[in-house]
Design a protein around this ligand. Sequence first.
Ligand code: IMP
Length: 193
Amino acid sequence: MRELIFATNNKHKLEEVRQLLEGKATIVSLAQAGLEGEIPETADTLQGNALQKAQWVWERTGKDCFADDTGLEVNALDGAPGVYSARYAGEHCTFDDNVNKLLDAMEGKTNRKAAFRTVICLIEGGEPRYFEGKVEGCILTERYGKGGFGYDPVFMPDRFAVSFAEMPLEVKNQISHRGLAVSQLVQYLANSK
Ligand code: IMP
């Protein structure tokens, strides 16, 4: 099976994406590829960050690899936190800090529409290619559920009555931003053999 290095230090994402690509590609973690250090993420778009992270791996290994970048885009906050979702509450903040800041910013807002958007950049033979996935939903007024990570406890996808954090991972993966972006990647990999 073909090997692809996934440029992430996030164990949850690694697990999610491994499950999504099971039987289609072997996902090699940064540690397995012998890579250490902070991956730069300084672009001001999701696409720019995904490219920057994948390029970091490509430059060090010359092996096919991909990276993803995700943002939570909240309508009532003019698309914030968006590309800054990881550092919304400050440089070294936790997922909890970010959720607290979001709940504060959304206090009293009636328009609670939001979307998660993921862009994946695959570098194959040095050439970048992009895949995108988006899921629409709304921001809840408090946390629900213990699963997932990040903003999962306060995001409820459209057509569901539970938060991402209340869903089994298999269900989240079928409808999530990253799940949809990875499906595009899978389709591409299946057709390009
Ligand atoms: P990243 O750039 O893909 O690492 O994502 C940026 C931030 O978005 C993360 O630090 C999380 O706070 C949030 N995020 C990304 N994916 C998810 C998800 O599936 N659920 C909840 N939050 C997420």
